[in-house]
Design a protein around this ligand. Structure first.
Ligand SMILES: [Zn+2]
Ligand SMILES: [Zn+2]
Length: 169
């Protein structure tokens, strides 16, 4: 059984049967592709391998890209390198298809770009913060409370804490 891997939109033929057939077989890959998303500011660099360890064929890779987002509390830009682990077990057929961890490759094609994209989107938080303890903006004057302490009298009301917790989660 051979298999077509899609790397960066390019089809690459890999003899997966050789990997399934013999323990210790592995095939490395290292490529990049463009994933269109408003917070992804660079091509996605994918590095990893497909290997057979004691008869189990696994795909382990890391996907690295430059993140460019805005902090959900203060609006400052958040720019950092993100790394997502892509770990799956490949099986040649399945009675039970509904499993994200096992990737069934019986159609002779594994679109790695698509698999990596799905894992990247699954790993994305619903919002980004410049730091976990970002103080946000003053709700009255708009000052960035990470940089300055304004003199507004914000009323401490525990009911707002409940609301803030809701927004934070
Ligand atoms: Zn912030
Ligand atoms: Zn203020």
């Amino acid at each position: 059984m051979g298999i077509v891997f899609v790397f960066g939109g390019q089809a690459v033929y890999i003899e997966l049967d050789a990997i399934f057939a013999s323990e210790g077989e592995r095939r490395d890959f290292d490529y990049e592709f463009v994933l269109e998303d408003e917070v992804i500011a660079s091509p996605v660099q994918v590095r990893g391998c497909v290997f057979n360890k004691t008869g189990i064929v696994s795909l382990n890779a890391s996907a690295v890209y430059l993140l460019n987002a805005s902090c959900a509390r203060c609006g400052e830009s958040v720019s950092r390198t993100e790394s997502v682990n892509i770990d799956h077990t490949l099986i040649s057929h399945s009675e039970n298809d509904d499993n994200d961890y096992f990737i069934v490759v019986d159609n002779m094609r594994l679109d790695l770009d698509e698999l990596v994209s799905e894992d990247i989107f699954l790993a994305m938080p619903s919002r980004y913060l410049c730091s976990e303890d970002c103080k946000g903006l003053c709700s009255i004057c708009g000052a960035n409370l990470n940089r300055e302490a304004c003199s507004c009298k914000r009323i401490a009301d525990p009911r707002w804490d409940v609301l803030n917790d809701l927004f934070d989660n």
